[in-house]
Design a protein around this ligand. Sequence first.
Ligand code: PGA
Length: 254
Amino acid sequence: MEKERKLIIAGNWKMNKTVAEALDLVRGLKLELANVKEVDLVVCPPFTALCEVSKVILDSNLRLGAQNMNEHPGGAYTGEIAAFMLKEFSVRYVILGHSERRTYYGETDALVARKAQAAHAAAIKPIICVGETLEEREQGRTEAVLERQVRGSLAGLTKEQMLETIIAYEPVWAIGTGRNATPEQAQEAHAFIRRLLAELYDEGVARRVRIQYGGSVKPSNARELMSLPDVDGALVGGASLEVRSFSDIVKNSI
Ligand code: PGA
């Protein structure tokens, strides 16, 4: 299957794994996925495992991502992590505005946009998450919500920065529920987001930016979801916590 955009599959480990467990997982992935060249592969361990994981994946095709980042360059922000600290471990990607951060920690589109600026300033590629709740979908507000989130979270990004940004469409009702979006729902939302990018930037940017799908991606649905014309990868939660399921998702997507 040849696609215009290279697939990018990222594992969002969320608040799971000790350092020892993280190393077991990443060593297994390194072996299982050693020959994969067709897909950009990213693992996003918790902050506490970044240092050790970075050493193990140094000579591999796995890249490192963080799950969050502070918007300030550094200073008196107790409990927070700045971009320069992530750079120390060769972090290349950072997930921003995940629905769990929006819901539990009150992150707004404006904050996500500031974090995206800070990430780009450090040459870290943001993976910006957007997605509607079940209630919003049932009320027919999916496109309005996506438009608000995309416009707000990308605010101020230059064309060059946009080309180094990844968007993850994650319908909130599909996250951790076992209930993935149907191929039609996913394709429709992705195509909508791509049209927005054409409006906000231009057709060339819209054609090049990768849009991941996230929400109950598993080995059994990866092939169908990844083959959709506007789906360019996956952001995987639960199924990224085991070597078998994450590597099967990758292999089934090629
Ligand atoms: P899930 O999570 O794969 O467990 O549904 C996806 C995510 O939250 O990124």
